[in-house]
Ligand binder design. Structure first.
Ligand code: C2E
Ligand code: MG
Ligand code: MG
Ligand code: MG
Length: 283
């Protein structure tokens, strides 16, 4: 081996080691935050009907204020947690908090469903459907108050247990959404194997509507096809009026994205919904 090569190899394994250590530390800190019930909280992003321009639901999204790193994004810790049993505790936290917040909305007369993101490993957990259902009912809510967003659909389909769990939840009356549709592959055929009510078209497809006519053909055809299969269709990541106009033209049912509203604390969301109900919101 040349010296150069050896130096490169050792630098490489050192950095791999550093990454491993970093991940280990992050997961430890996450476990600590969960334990102490501090630093983890939910924000909520409205889902808006294109036909009525009304908020018809909200999605709960996890946030983590790390003790020294500051705000850590879900994409930087949830995939890590998903590969360990920490995702179970994390999801339990999200369910309990979402149910409590949904209950608060109901006390204010706001009855829109709250959507929760659930990973493939959660569905594969023994008795997960029963556990979720208990948490919902113990919180004084019914299945129609909570919607389930399935993450990692491909992985759910690869697990008999996970798939059975999604089916059980739907039988219990929970609406099922397939998240991030259009990422990964072979997702057209998998629609035949997993029961769902709503399809969320991934932001990566939506963000190109303005700039690329092929994307417009793909999204329009996708919406038509999904409608023929009787799904409700939601477009994620709508950031501007032009994109919204295309989606309206394609008769997309629901939009979500910064154009209407970013995820926000519940207090702010309540103000927004009340303004809408009082008709003080600009359309
Ligand atoms: P997701 O479920 O597909 O959520 C949508 C993500 O897109 C959110 O990012 C949201 O803040 C962001 N977003 C919404 N509108 C726009 C927009 O107009 N433009 C852009 N650029 N982004 C937009 P966030 O909150 O960082 O979450 C990322 C992912 O982390 C989620 O993707 C979901 O897969 C996962 N996640 C978040 N919260 C939870 C949770 O409580 N449990 C689990 N298991 N996963 C979660
Ligand atoms: Mg989601
Ligand atoms: Mg998504
Ligand atoms: Mg996503």
């Amino acid at each position: 081996d040349s010296i150069d090569e050896r130096v490169t190899i050792s630098a490489y394994s050192e950095s791999k080691d550093a990454i491993r250590k970093f991940k280990f530390n992050i997961l430890n800190d996450l476990a600590e935050s969960l334990n102490q019930q501090s630093g983890l909280y939910l924000v909520f992003q409205p889902k808006v009907s294109l036909a009525t321009r009304k908020i018809i639901g909200v999605e709960a999204l996890l946030r983590w204020q790390h003790p020294t790193l500051g705000e850590v994004q879900p994409d930087d810790f949830i995939p890590m947690a998903e590969s360990t049993s920490l995702i179970k505790l994390l999801t339990e936290f999200v369910i309990v908090r979402s149910v409590a917040e949904a209950k608060r909305l109901r006390q204010l007369g706001i009855t829109i469903p709250v959507s929760i993101n659930i990973s493939a490993n959660n569905f594969a957990e023994r008795n997960f459907a029963e556990k979720l259902d208990h948490l919902v009912r113990d919180g004084g809510l019914l299945p129609q108050d909570i919607e389930i967003e399935c993450l990692e659909t491909q992985r759910i389909l690869e697990s008999t247990e996970a798939l059975a769990c999604v089916k059980a939840l739907r039988r219990k009356g929970y609406a099922i959404a397939l998240d991030d549709f259009g990422t990964g592959y072979s997702n057209l055929n998998y629609l035949r194997n997993i029961p769902a009510d709503l399809i969320k078209i991934d932001r990566s497809l939506i963000e190109n509507l303005k700039s690329d006519s092929d994307s417009r053909i793909i999204v329009e055809s996708l919406i038509n096809m999904l409608h023929m299969l009787n799904y409700t269709v939601l477009a994620e990541g709508v950031e501007d009026r032009e994109t919204l106009n295309y989606l309206e033209q394609y008769q997309c049912d629901i939009i979500q994205g910064y154009f209407y509203s970013p995820p926000m604390m519940l207090e702010k969301l309540i103000t927004l919904i009340e303004a809408e109900q009082n008709g003080t919101l600009a359309s």
